[in-house]
Design a protein around this ligand. Structure first.
Ligand SMILES: Cc1cc2nc3c(=O)[nH]c(=O)nc-3n(C[C@H](O)[C@H](O)[C@H](O)COP(=O)(O)OP(=O)(O)OC[C@H]3O[C@@H](n4cnc5c(N)ncnc54)[C@H](O)[C@@H]3O)c2cc1C
Ligand SMILES: NC(=O)C1=CN([C@@H]2O[C@H](COP(=O)(O)OP(=O)(O)OC[C@H]3O[C@@H](n4cnc5c(N)ncnc54)[C@H](OP(=O)(O)O)[C@@H]3O)[C@@H](O)[C@H]2O)C=CC1
Ligand SMILES: CC(C)=CCC[C@@H](C)[C@H]1CC[C@H]2C3=C(CC[C@]12C)[C@@]1(C)CC[C@H](O)C[C@@H]1CC3
Length: 463
């Protein structure tokens, strides 16, 4: 990597401190955000606020700093990507417990936003595998916020996830790692009614040996639930599916063919292929971009060139196409208690009818933070991911999204904030818990330094 300089971490951090100190000296005239350009980020939107704020250059923070297999942790800079981490850890026999699947997602985005994967039923969200954050505060001070009870900045540790860089600038994070094996033994269970899918997701999520659980719903009444765990070398007659190879069918198409066959099946997938199974087809977005992309001839001639970089696609999408996307394309993830999944499917079928639908169960512990459930125990949630074009005439981006957002608030769920949110501030703070966040904004003197999280993620903040 061109900018790689792990030994220069302290110097890079001092440089960021200097930028923040300069901002303080120059009279704090505008608020701060990172200088990462909008076209590089993993959402369809271009943030408007980057034009008028003081841009802090964190883009050189691209290195893995330390892998400690004794302490079972990895210390990384925030611009390190998921692809980079799996490439470094898997050959050592380790992995992050939660590996959000698109290669270019960054640690900074996963922590300050949210990261989710099919191991969530065991480990929760990306934030729940983090051990500490190294941050530059609004005064330019470097502090470490640890999960450890009674540590100095523990409350900040709970406040950072979902705060979108509005409490401080992340310069490094220490994250848990766990041992892994070379394969995932994945079982596919086709289901032929909505209630079967929910029951199977629940059953597999509660099975302790499962490391991974995920569902793809292909229409209102059918889908496939997948459950898997780490495995050593597969037995002789087992099916090995190197799903990541360029000539292989896209993962969701492969799963759909299992649904059509009606038979439960078992496969061994090399672990890195499994983790990045949705990368090559950008979930199922690729079929709208390259409709013939799964064609055998195309695969054998140009398959190697897939997938295009998401950032390149974003940068090169012309404005009229972006406007079309705005009107008809849905990109939303709703995190709701699994018990409310049948209502969600019913509502999404009525309002958008976009399939496949991603169903990713995860455990949400009862701990402080912007995403908060106060039952005192773990609750099984599910991420319902809707990505694709809506062809219903009744679809109106704002009105329909507002209906869906209301449903999510009513069932005490949350919306992922990379997506378009049409909520008012009052509705937003009904969905998210502001008690800890507001206190931290005062304690760490953030109000002049960083915008409020709503100001960064609301529709008005995006082009
Ligand atoms: C680790 C931590 C430390 C905090 N320290 C303070 C503080 O010193 N002063 C302050 O005004 N606000 C503190 N807060 C912020 C406080 O949680 C928020 O201000 C919020 O309003 C509390 O309401 P709640 O219902 O969310 O908290 P609760 O659900 O009642 O508490 C959430 C968790 O935060 C911890 N906590 C809550 N308040 C405090 C506190 N005063 N001191 C130590 N731990 C606390 C508790 O251990 C609890 O497990 C702290 C929050 C956390 C997570
Ligand atoms: N499986 C999954 O979980 C997937 C998740 N996503 C979504 O994609 C987003 C991540 O995309 P990615 O491109 O990696 O990140 P982004 O650049 O989009 O960053 C997300 C937010 O985090 C803030 N941030 C990032 N780095 C820092 C830092 N070092 N210090 C302070 N704040 C920081 C950004 O602030 P600023 O605006 O100032 O730059 C921004 O508000 C997440 O929000 C996630 O929900 C997308 C696909 C899959
Ligand atoms: C699993 C979770 C939580 C989210 C997945 C979201 C992704 C499917 C989207 C995030 C950014 C999106 C972009 C596109 C497709 C869908 C995402 C990857 C495009 C590539 C679609 C085509 C446009 O021309 C550019 C888009 C950039 C962002």
């Amino acid at each position: 990597m061109l900018q790689s300089a792990p030994r220069a971490h302290d110097r890079k951090v001092r440089n960021i401190q200097k930028q923040v100190q300069d901002w303080n000296k120059s009279g704090r005239s505008t608020k701060m955000c990172t200088a990462r350009p909008g076209w590089l980020t993993m959402s369809f939107r271009f943030p408007k606020y980057k034009k008028d704020m003081t841009l802090i250059h964190v883009d050189k923070l691209v290195d893995i700093l330390e892998i400690d297999t004794e302490a079972k942790s990895i210390r990384v800079e925030p611009m390190v990507t998921m692809g980079q981490i799996t490439r470094a850890l898997i050959p050592l026999g380790y992995t992050l417990p939660v590996v959000p699947e698109l290669d270019d997602l960054t640690v900074g985005g996963m922590i300050n936003g949210c990261g989710i994967e099919s191991s969530g039923r065991k480990f929760g969200l990306f934030q729940h595998i983090c051990l500490s954050y190294e941050l530059i505060t609004s005064s330019g001070e470097l502090i470490v916020a640890k999960r450890e009870p009674n540590s100095e900045h523990q409350s900040l540790f709970y406040g950072i996830p979902w705060s979108h860089g509005t409490l401080g600038l992340l310069v490094a994070a220490t994250i848990r790692i766990v041992p892994c094996k070379p394969y995932v033994k994945l079982q596919y269970y086709p289901c032929y009614s909505s209630s079967d899918i929910v029951e199977k997701l629940k059953e597999e999520s509660n099975r302790s040996e499962n490391e991974f659980v995920e569902g793809l719903q292909f229409d209102k009444e059918s889908g496939v639930v997948m459950a898997g765990y780490f495995a050593e070398q597969p037995p002789k007659n087992a099916t090995i599916n190197r799903i990541g190879r360029w000539y292989k069918p896209w993962f969701f198409k492969h799963v759909e063919s299992i649904k059509d066959s009606g038979k439960n099946s078992v496969e061994y997938i090399p672990i890195r292929d499994y983790y990045h199974r949705h990368s090559r087809s950008i979930f199922w977005e690729i079929q709208d971009l390259v409709s013939f992309g799964n064609n055998v001839l195309f695969r054998y001639t140009l398959g190697w060139a897939m997938p295009p970089k998401i950032s390149l696609l974003k940068l090169t999408t012309p404005k009229p196409v972006r406007n079309l996307y705005d009107r008809h394309h849905v990109l939303q993830d709703f995190l709701i208690p699994l018990t409310h999944l049948p209502e969600a499917v019913e509502l999404l079928h009525k309002e958008v009818q976009i399939y496949p639908m991603w169903l990713c169960p995860f455990n949400l512990p009862s701990i402080p933070g912007m995403v908060r459930q106060r039952t005192g125990r773990n609750v099984l949630f599910v991420d319902v991911g809707v990505y694709g074009n809506c062809t219903l005439e009744t679809y109106d981006a704002k009105e329909t999204t507002r209906k869906l957002e209301k449903f999510v608030r009513d069932v005490e769920g949350v919306q992922l904030l990379y997506a378009d949110t049409y909520m008012t501030p009052a509705e937003f703070w009904e969905m998210f818990d502001s008690s800890l966040y507001d206190w931290l904004r005062v304690k760490y003197d953030c109000k002049e330094a960083f915008p409020n999280v709503y100001e960064k993620v609301c529709r008005a903040a995006r082009e």
